[in-house]
Design a protein. Structure first.
Length: 117
């Protein structure tokens, strides 16, 4: 189960000074992931346990990008960063794999059926 504490641990935040900000980020990321899943799974209302980790990872990406929203590249005192325009980009294959597994019937049930793509 995803938790604020997991995000704080990975970000090495030991106090509650960023809790409100992290909670808002986590809530927004959760809503966005549900929206992505609902395109293929209309009845989905909660993040499946198998995809909890994506909320944690994208929340960390968003937190680390605060102040750099909308930027593609940033360079500060010799440190440069390149931001993906879609925070979910590196997780799209995992999301699609989950959708395919949920939507695909058991391989034994598919035998003998014709599928048009």
């Amino acid at each position: 189960e995803m938790s604020l504490e997991d995000i704080k641990t990975l970000l090495e935040i030991t106090d509650s000074s960023k809790d409100a900000q992290l909670t808002l980020i986590q809530t927004n990321v959760t809503k966005q992931l549900i929206g992505r899943l609902r395109r293929s799974l209309p009845d989905i209302l909660l993040i499946p346990a198998e995809l909890d980790w994506i909320v944690t990872e994208v929340s960390i990406i968003r937190f680390n990008r605060i102040g750099s929203e909308g930027m593609v590249n940033e360079s500060v005192e010799g440190h440069s960063a390149t931001y993906n325009s879609n925070d979910f980009a590196q997780f799209l294959d995992d999301i699609q794999d989950y959708i395919d597994i949920i939507l695909e019937p058991d391989p034994l049930e598919r035998r003998g059926k014709v599928r048009f793509i």
